[in-house]
Design a protein around this ligand. Structure first.
Ligand code: PMP
Length: 361
């Protein structure tokens, strides 16, 4: 069996040891005589798995006690709709800083529930830079300020936490959570779909300052209510147990590898290697994102023609470097370098890029 280097943006590559452990435990988890996915979420066994995953995630990310951690079915897009419902009064202003595709989806999900103010929007510049925080048009009475910490498609990442005063900062960390140390206390809410750095698709993590759970928000069923989920330890209904279990294994693996400080070091090295290959190609490979805000997680780049982009993707796939096709919204190539992507994968990609240019440049 050969595992390729998988550069998918999500669902994404997972540590081989995690997949092997899941495989080994698939028929009989820990001697219970059944798989973890075949037993009740209310069983002592599953409750222990869930609690351990939360404790490990708290340790990994450095989540203070005054924050609740929710594990919810569904993706980040669902949270983008639930955030205004839970945090804003009907028609209350909410500020959005849009630096790429996922900031736009966050706006789209919020519009039915709140008065969205585009505090800043990088679209006119083709999402190649983050508008300076000093230029943002923030609303004093906004329920929150929303930003996308890492734009998975456009390859743009906030490298520092902006100062937004007393209004809580809400950040979509779907594609960069646990990739480096962050100061959780600077945020009101951090949310992430798990399918990049935390494990499998189908579960999202919401890290929310407990006082924000007391916001009245808007009329909503309790299944859409963060406070109700927090009160029931995210088991208001049947949670995605398999996803939660796999997330727990992935988080344990990250802790054993040295935690976020170690991943910050590895991720910086991987990204530096790939950007150096792009910038050193004499224009054959191009990435037009401002260097100060280039993403360490998702690296989009373009060859001289769309025909060459396609050939690059096809030939790379044959060489064991898979899922390099760029998102349809922007085209080109995209290499996602999440925590589970080893340096050797990026070294192999860079060697392939060099070889491809020699043959086609
Ligand atoms: N936000 C970001 C930054 C993403 O990368 C994605 C998915 N790639 C989403 C939101 C949407 O996530 P989901 O498909 O899980 O709803």
């Amino acid at each position: 069996m050969t595992r390729a280097f998988n550069f998918s943006a999500g669902p994404a590559t997972l540590p081989e040891s995690v997949l092997r452990q899941a495989q080994a435990e698939m028929l009989d988890w820990n001697g219970v005589g059944a798989s973890i996915v075949e037993i009740s979420h209310r069983s002592a066994e599953f409750i222990a798995v869930a609690a351990q995953a939360e404790a490990d995630l708290r340790q990994l990310v450095g989540i203070p006690d005054d924050y609740a951690v929710l594990f919810l079915a569904g993706g980040a897009t669902t949270q983008q709709a639930l955030l205004p419902l839970n945090l804003a009064g009907a028609g209350q202003p909410v500020d959005y800083v849009v630096t790429g595709h996922w900031g736009k989806t966050a706006v789209k999900q919020a519009r039915p529930y709140a008065a969205v103010n585009l505090a800043a929007d990088g679209e006119a510049g083709g999402f190649t830079d983050i508008p300076a925080a000093s230029q943002w048009r923030l609303t004093r009475e906004a329920a929150y300020v929303h930003l996308t910490a890492n734009e998975t498609i456009h390859g743009i990442e906030f490298r520092e936490v902006p100062e937004v005063g007393a209004v809580p900062l809400v950040a979509d960390f779907s594609s960069s959570i646990a990739s480096e140390p962050i100061d959780v206390s600077r945020y009101g809410v951090i949310y992430a779909g798990a399918q990049k750095n935390l494990g499998p698709v189908g579960i999202s993590v919401v890290i929310i300052r407990r006082d924000l759970l007391e916001r009245a928000g808007q009329a909503r069923a309790d299944i859409f209510d963060y406070r109700a989920h927090a009160a029931r330890d995210s088991m208001l209904n049947t949670p995605p147990t398999w996803n939660w279990y796999l997330l727990g294994l992935t988080v344990k693996w990250m802790l054993a590898q040295g935690g976020v400080a170690e991943f910050a070091r590895r991720n910086a090295a991987k990204a530096a290697l790939l950007y150096a290959a792009i910038d050193g190609s004499g224009g054959f490979y191009r990435n037009s994102v401002a260097p100060a805000v280039r993403s360490r997680m998702n690296v989009p780049f373009f060859l001289p023609s769309t025909e060459m982009d396609a050939r690059f993707v096809a030939e790379a796939g044959k060489a064991g470097l898979i899922a390099l096709k760029g998102h349809k919204a922007v085209g080109g190539i995209r290499a996602s370098l999440y925590n589970a992507m080893p340096l050797e994968g990026v070294q192999a990609l860079v060697a392939f890029m060099h070889d491809f240019q020699q043959r086609n440049g």
